[in-house]
Design a protein around this ligand. Structure first.
Ligand code: VIV
Length: 273
């Protein structure tokens, strides 16, 4: 059975749509054939559709993404085996991270990471990585996010040598993998603001592992970022701290922390899958 890539109208169809069934069946057969027996219970249509939408219904690419995702999780137990928001509550309470309440004009989810809020004496890079994985698991269940992807803003104010020392080549490779072909989310933009000189060596370590498509989507805005950032996001989306008119950063971080805490059981299930 040969299935051509779906048209854009198919991509918008809901999970239970009749027209999507052949794609789901084909991906499920491929996964089982590839020996993903451990995952039999988790090969639900909803789960498989995340991979299909992330690859615009190309079943071969979707299968590759699914297998990479399972392998990444197997090879990164220190990150993926504990997805408990309450275990990193102290970090979340520093206003380290938020998913903004408004999507951007293309429908992408907008994420903010304020790296300076991370004190490496208190939290390991693995724990910090877990926060991103928890958020990614939650938002990758949303139909619109599956289609329109994510844009992430990294505020690197306060980036120091003690941060840089946490990022070794093995971790750099894990970062590059989730950004390129090991997680079912389309990465539509990465915006760095306040990046200091100290950050260059770390970026140089990540770069070689990133595909051109992702490299082209990385924007460095420096410390005078407000004008250039507002060229990418309309002002009602961004908090005032980032040049917009949306709700303040403390409020949005608190809001997303609450949402993560409410998802504790769901995340526990995902981690044990
Ligand atoms: C699915 C998915 C995951 C899982 C994800 C991110 C995105 C955009 C995703 O779509 C971005 C953040 C990252 C890669 C976790 C990063 C954790 C580390 C410890 C943060 C340290 C600081 C980085 C050195 C800062 C710059 C990174 C960018 C150049 C990506 O986790």
């Amino acid at each position: 059975l040969w299935l051509k890539a779906a048209s854009s109208s198919q991509i918008e169809l809901p999970d239970d749509s009749e027209q999507l069934r052949p794609y789901v069946s084909r991906l499920r057969r491929g996964a089982l054939r590839a020996g993903e027996l451990s995952a039999v219970g988790s090969l639900s249509s909803g789960f498989l559709l995340r991979f299909l939408r992330a690859r615009d219904f190309n079943t071969e690419l979707s299968l590759k993404l699914l297998l990479n995702y399972q392998r990444w999780r197997r090879e990164s137990p220190e990150i993926s085996s504990c997805l408990s928001p309450s275990s990193v509550l102290g970090l979340l309470n520093t206003s380290y991270h938020a998913v903004l309440p408004q999507r951007d004009c293309t429908g992408s989810r907008v994420l903010i990471y304020r790296i300076g809020q991370w004190n490496p004496k208190d939290w390991s890079a693995f724990q910090v990585f877990r926060v991103s994985l928890m958020t990614s698991e939650i938002i990758s269940r949303e139909n619109e996010t599956q289609r329109q992807g994510v844009k992430a803003i990294f505020d690197l104010a306060g980036w120091s040598l003690s941060h840089a020392l946490q990022i070794n080549p093995s971790l750099a490779r894990k970062i590059s993998s989730v950004l390129s072909d090991s997680f079912p989310l389309k990465v539509r933009g990465i915006h760095l603001v306040n990046e200091p000189m100290f950050f260059r060596p770390v970026f140089a370590m990540l770069r070689p592992f990133l595909p051109d498509k992702i490299k082209q989507r990385i924007h460095m805005h420096g410390s005078d970022f407000q004008d250039s950032l507002s060229g990418f996001f309309s002002s009602h989306v961004l908090p005032p701290e980032y040049g917009g008119h949306g709700p303040g950063i403390t409020q949005v971080c608190q809001g997303w922390t609450n949402h993560l805490l409410q998802s504790e059981n769901l995340l526990q299930q995902i981690a044990s899958r």
